[in-house]
Design a protein. Structure first.
Length: 214
């Protein structure tokens, strides 16, 4: 446990003097250490490491979006240890975690709603509007391959929206959403296929869903 605490202290010193991408990478590594302390069986040694970090104020101002700041991760790890260690969390740290969780939930809800709206709009426009301006597609309707890709994209979005956060199902769904959207953009560049709108909408939906995860 002393080695873990030494690694955390070293990362904190490096973060203070780093900037840009390097600082972000170091912060993610620090969060990884803090999350690891909250996994498995709780112990006095793990709890003391987290409590010392919180009480010292060294985690203030470090981290990313709401719910992923270093202080929030440390408090969450301490609460996951359960009795009696969770009872030692200071009221101000609990209040901070609650505020971060609410902000994270609100931001995630907006992102999910925006992603769904963007994709639906893109699919509707792709299906109903584009063929009217492309004569050879107006008579034949939407190409079967494009229709299949659009349907699979919708299913991928549903997996990304409904699956538990950071679960394998969600990761696979988001990965397929991006891959299928890029496929539609590529299909849109070929003669006889028209997937620019649905593909661009899928990429934008993927970005909206990924931003709260950073």
């Amino acid at each position: 446990m002393e080695a873990v605490e030494a690694d955390v202290s070293r990362l904190l010193m490096e973060i203070r003097v780093a900037s840009g991408a390097e600082r972000q990478e170091l912060t993610q590594r620090l969060n990884g250490h803090l999350e690891a302390l909250g996994t498995g069986t709780g112990s006095r040694e793990k709890a003391d490491v987290l409590l010392r970090l919180l009480e010292s104020g060294r985690l203030e101002g470090l981290g990313g979006p709401p719910g992923h700041t270093c202080r929030a991760v440390a408090v969450e790890s301490l609460t996951r240890m359960g009795y009696p260690y969770a009872l030692e969390v200071r009221p101000e740290d609990l209040a901070y975690l609650r505020d971060q969780t609410v902000s994270k939930r609100d931001g995630g809800s907006l992102a999910r709603g925006g992603a769904a709206g963007v994709l639906v709009l893109g699919l509707v426009l792709q299906w109903s509007v584009v063929p009217r301006f492309v004569s050879h597609s107006f008579d034949a309707g939407i190409d079967s391959m494009l229709a299949l890709a659009m349907g699979l994209t919708t299913l991928s979005l549903l997996a990304g929206l409904l699956a538990p956060q950071r679960s394998l199902t969600q990761r696979v769904g988001l990965g397929l959403l991006l891959a299928l959207s890029l496929l539609q953009l590529w299909m849109g560049s070929r003669s006889g296929y028209h997937g620019q709108l649905s593909g661009a909408a899928g990429v934008l939906a993927w970005l909206l869903l990924m931003l709260p995860r950073r």
